[in-house]
Write a protein that binds this ligand. Sequence first.
Ligand code: PA5
Length: 431
Amino acid sequence: MALTLNRKYIEGFVGQVELDALADFVSAAHKKIHNKTGAGAEFLGWLDWPSGMDASELARLEETALKLRETADVLVVIGIGGSYLGTKAVQDLLQPAFNLGGVEVVFAGQNISGRYLDDLLMYLEGKEVALNVISKSGTTTEPAIAFRILRNWMMEKYGEEATERIVVSTDEAAGALRKTADEAGYTSFVIPDDIGGRYSVLTPVGLLPLAVAGIDVRALLKGAEEAEKALSASSLEDNAAYLYAAYRQILNMRGYSVEVFASFEPAMAGINEWWKQLFGESEGKQGKGVFPASVIYSTDLHSMGQYLQDGRRMLFETMVSFVEDQAKMEIPFDDENGDGLNYLVDKSLHEVNQQAMEATAMAHVEGGVPILALEVPKIDEYHTGYLLYFFMKACAMSAYLSGVNPFDQPGVEQYKQNMFELLGKPGYEKK
Ligand code: PA5
């Protein structure tokens, strides 16, 4: 089993009767997803993407990645939202916490900070650099600004050779970025029309930079393909993604309106951000939606732990844990035992961390926080692919259960309109 939803901490909060009451709604939403009849159905391309990705396009992507690996020390991924969070998530989870060599993947265009770009340009000085600019619409302001600046920098540094070092991922035909790519002769990849940004990590959006970083993208896709199969079951009890979605909705209806996504693994930091975008942008509309928050324990037990244990009771937690001890780090014996830690000597850090998790879960349940415990056998490409697909499927189900379109983001437009007005963009006259 590549992922298990352990119900031991939720059973005291949500009973079988409540789940049974949702069963018909789940099967109706399942039909909407699989028969493509629900709101936003034209964005369900991610559903069978892992099993259906074009083999020759995958091979071309790997060839391009290999070429960039041979010529670059640093790959700058330029993108925002769904165009970078998936890459960052997988990279954080699978790569060592500290740079041990290989091509480093860094990000730009995910903010409008001059300070950040200035620091980045200083960092790139003296290094061999490649760019992967990613924007489905090809018109998003933040990455467009970063690309203009970095592209100029690349032209100054490399002249004509810059063309070989810039790869574009965008729509097949539409948008300014497609035009630029075609005119400049950059290698390019297509972001499928029927896959929205936050569901796109397994397309070239994530796969190209991850392959450049040295991640086995075929194993990532394999894990996702396994999830595609396993999570195609229509019934609540046979489908862990649906069960997770159903619990979320039941808890939400009962006033638990904030979901705290928690793990005891700092490498989950990027997944936390990706998960928040996925659920926040998919469900937060029409005055509805569980507010997605995240923590990394035990670090955050020393900051947010007090609130979780004892603050307003509108929280539930989703705790992700990894079963296998992959680091095998032991606590050494000390003759003096001045720190009093010799009682831990025959335990690994993994065991101590697991006990910290168990202790936290018991305390939080006691404090009135329902917990959904997701157990993953280990951290590798395969299980990461499975996990990503699990959450995408769960998110689609959860949004349909609450009656919203999981695939649009009308609310994101409001700030853009205002910003364009304030900046005097032609066509956006002041109201
Ligand atoms: O999930 C989404 O659709 C968004 O977060 C987009 O990914 C984000 O706004 C970036 O859009 P684009 O790739 O068109 O630049």
